[in-house]
Every structure is written in C-alpha cells, then in structure tokens.
Design a protein around this ligand. Structure first.
Ligand code: GLU
Length: 481
C-alpha cells in the first residue's frame, strides 16, 4: 500500500453507541494500526432534529472506556479539522454550489406540498417514489429570479440517466447498480445543512480516508456516494460493508425490542471491555488457527477485512458470558488488585468490603459477569431463607433434626479452622454412616440456603462461627415447624 492508510468512524449523536458500531470502530482502529496508519473520529451531527443531548460526549466516552482512541478527531484535533460536521457548514455549501456551477447539481424550489403530491401520485401508480425533476429544467434566469426573491431552496444532484454505477466492496465483491433507480438526491437542505450523502463524501475526501468500513445498512447509499465522487472528480476510497449482528436468538437484526444494544449497557452488566472486544473480534471473523481468545495486539496483526464473513452472525450471549468468565479468571491470576477495583462498583452496598479478599478466591471461578457477585455471595452477608423441602431431601424430619443438632454441637467447641470443620463434619457423617450426598447437601442448604456454592468447608470458615451456628439453628426451626 503506497498511500498511508486512513480509516474513520463517523457516528451520529442520535443515541447511544450500539454494540455493532463499537465493533466497527474496533475494525477501523485495528486496520489503521496494522498499517501504521491513522484512525479518525468524526461526529456527523447534521440531523439536528434527531440529535440527543449529551450523546456526542457519551459516544466519545464509551470509546475510551473500551481502551480505544482516535488519532485525529474531536478534542484531539488534527490537520483536517474541524471533526464535527456542524462546524464545517461553509465547506459543504461551497462544494454544493461548485456542483451547481458545473451543471452537476441544481437548485430545487419545490414546496413540501408539491413534493408530497408527487410522492402520493407515484405510490398510487405503484412506482417507486422519486422526485419528478421538476426544477432540473429551470432556466438560469428562472433560478436567478427565484433566488433574488429569496425563495427557499435545496440543492439536488443531477443523477445521470441509465448509467451503470460500479464499485467494489472488500467483503461482497463487485457491485453494479443502474442510476435509474436513484433519486435526484438532496445535497444541501433548505436550512443550509448538508445531507448525510454530501457531507460524508466531502469529509471522507477532505480527511483523506483510504478505507471506509461501515455497517451494511449504508450499502444502498454507496452508489449515491460513488456518483458524488465522480461528479467531483475525486478518487474513491476502498469500501467494506460489514454485516450487522442478529439478535442473540439468531432471529432478525439485533434490536432494542429483543434486548440491550448499547455498548455501555454491556459494561453496566459487568462484562469486561477487553472481553467484549475479543467477542467483537471473533463474531464474523476467525483467526487462521480458529482460536477464540485473541488479544488486541494479535488482532491488529491478524485481522483483514477481506476475511469478514458475508453472513450476519448472532450476538451469541452464551459465548460472551463464557469469554467474560475466561477474562475474569485471567485477571484474577494476573492482577488481583485490578479485579477487585473493577468489581467494587458492582458490589451491593451491604457487601462486607473487609471480607472481599477471602470471599473472592471462593467464587471468582464461577463469575461470568461482575454483576454475578451479588447472587454468588449474598448468603455471606444477607439474611437467607432455607427451603424446607430441600433440607428434607432424601431424609425425614427426625433424621435431619438429629443431624443438625450434631453439627451444631460439634462446631460450638474447638477452634474455628478449616481442619476442625472438615474433621467434625466428616466425623459425624462417617460415624453415623449417613448418606454422603444427603448429609453434605443438607448442611450446605442449611448454612447458605443454596444447592450450589463454593466448597463447603472453606465457605463455612469464611462465614464465621456465629453466622454458621445461627443458620444451623434457623434450619432446625424450619424443619421442626
Ligand atoms: N453518520 C453515519 C452513522 O451514524 C455514518 C455512516 C458512515 O459510516 O458513512 O452511522
């Protein structure tokens, strides 16, 4: 590649960052880094009606939360700024007028009412609604007179008739479309703002973008962009349209109706950003050796947009949970303090902080999300209710009462240590020849309220004598009641 690679992401501040968008940022970022290039962030805020307050800052914030960053863009600046479209309006006007001067675009003065009736007529005739080019044939004098009167106008592209529009997509190959299906696009709106099509082409050219990787929902816009590149006589970038994610159940495009879609919501649910990045990497792309665990550095080396699957893939939450568990366990081994720091915001307010150091080793292997911590540990510090039926599983009331009393008595004396706990409980079970699974499950349910917990003796040791004895007593009352 002789030109330095420049990629970009161009989010609109109309909502929160979608997981699909974050995954596309990752691809653009990695591809730029792989080639020693530049990754640019541009904010496309030309649709003032749909803009959401604060969204721009949150979009930027969440990129940083994932440990990614742009080389040029808002805050940072760069040689092609400003990087926020609403600050670039004079540029778009200049280029739109240039196209008018070159007879590649034209002023359109049609009223809303007229446009609506043209559309209604098309729908009634069952033809795709397109502008009827009413103003395309206005003479220069007519245009000058309307402008002098101060009539409202938009600028439209003169789309050529029956021309093949061709481009290559890195993922989908050659694409050919006939220009007859394309409307005479509005380029500049009556409020002086550009449309997405005009602004995106001007900015990608001005910012010297070499590769455009974006969601496949933009594929149908690309022929319009190609026409604009041709009208301006500009070199086209390489395009790659990335398949969108399907809902976790594999049905339909991932949508809010079926679950969370914002990148932030996954952080809020206790997924580690690095695990999510790894998940985005392997959704629709597989490294040559098929492994699942891929670091950012490895991805930068190995990722090639050509190898992205053409097919949409499901946002497989089971796989995500598994991956997250792998990353949590790795972080526990590598940097204990860091895991504690990340867990802290997810702990319930009544969590006994001073015990985190002893509780964590017991449960970290079962954490799939940082939010699982409460569910896995609440019995250490919150009141529990034991289920009578569970306590009495495979035994009758008299037997369980006897067993509970024996355990209470054995634990009342002696030091509170792992070996004492183990010896006492094993001793009772062996001496009385109690069925192992019944006895230990009953004790587990009695002290924790749960069928599945970390190893029983270690758990009891951490819980402490007072709590364990109180729970045994509580269980005895429940079975007797
Ligand atoms: N502003 C568009 C968006 O919000 C950018 C599309 C593109 O990448 O060209 O996704």
């Amino acid at each position: 590649m002789n030109k330095s690679v420049r990629t970009r992401m161009a989010p609109s501040p109309t909502g929160e960052m979608h997981v699909g968008s974050l995954s596309i940022i990752l691809k653009n970022y990695a591809f730029a880094k792989k080639h020693g290039g530049t990754f640019i962030l541009r904010i496309e805020d030309t649709d003032k009606v749909r803009e959401v307050e604060g969204a721009k800052d949150r979009l930027m914030d969440v990129i940083h939360k994932f440990g990614l960053d742009w080389d040029e863009g808002p805050i940072k600046g760069g040689p092609h700024g400003p990087y926020v479209q609403s600050e670039r309006l004079p540029i778009y006007t200049k280029f739109a007028k240039q196209l008018v001067d070159e007879d590649k675009a034209y002023y359109c003065f049609c009223s809303k009412e007229r446009l609506e009736s043209v559309k209604a007529a098309a729908i009634a005739n069952k033809v795709p609604p397109k502008y009827d080019r009413h103003c395309r044939s206005l003479s220069q004098e007519e245009v000058a007179a309307k402008l002098a009167e101060g009539s409202e106008y938009v600028i439209r592209l003169k789309v050529p008739d029956n021309q093949e529009i061709k481009f290559n997509d890195l993922i989908r190959g050659d694409i050919v479309i006939n220009s007859d299906i394309i409307d005479d696009q509005v380029l500049l709106k009556s409020d002086g703002f550009p449309t997405y099509h005009l602004a995106v082409v001007i900015d990608d050219h001005d910012m010297e973008i070499t590769h455009i990787m974006r969601g496949e929902e933009w594929l149908s816009s690309t022929p319009k962009h190609i026409l604009l590149y041709e009208a301006f006589g500009w070199e086209k970038p390489v395009f790659a349209h990335i398949p969108i994610y399907l809902n976790p159940d594999g049905q339909g495009k991932m949508s809010k109706r079926k679950g969370d879609v914002s990148a932030q919501s996954y952080l809020d649910k206790g997924y580690l950003p690095e695990a999510l990045l790894n998940f985005f990497m392997i959704l629709g792309w597989t490294p040559e050796d098929q492994r699942d665990i891929v670091t950012l550095e490895e991805y930068i080396q190995e990722f090639d947009p050509k190898d992205i699957s053409k097919k949409s893939v499901a946002f497989d939450l089971k796989k995500l949970a598994w991956l997250n568990g792998v990353y949590i366990r790795a972080l526990y081994e590598k940097d204990h303090a860091e895991l504690i720091k990340r867990l802290t915001p997810f702990l319930p307010t009544d969590f006994p902080q001073e015990k985190l150091g002893v509780i964590l080793p017991l449960v970290y292997e079962r954490l799939e999300r940082l939010t699982d911590m409460e569910e896995l540990t609440s019995f250490f510090y919150q009141d529990i209710e034991q289920d009578k039926e569970l306590l009495l599983k495979k035994a009758d009331v008299e037997l369980v009462k006897k067993q509970l009393t024996e355990v209470e008595e054995a634990l009342m004396s002696g030091e509170w240590s792992l070996s004492h706990l183990e010896e006492s409980l094993r001793g009772i079970q062996e001496r009385n020849n109690y069925q192992k699974s019944q006895f230990f499950m009953m004790v587990r349910v009695a002290v924790t309220g749960k069928k599945a917990t970390p190893p029983l003796f270690e758990t009891m040791e951490v819980m402490g004598k007072d709590l364990v004895l109180a729970r045994l007593k509580q269980a005895r009352q429940i079975v007797s009641a």
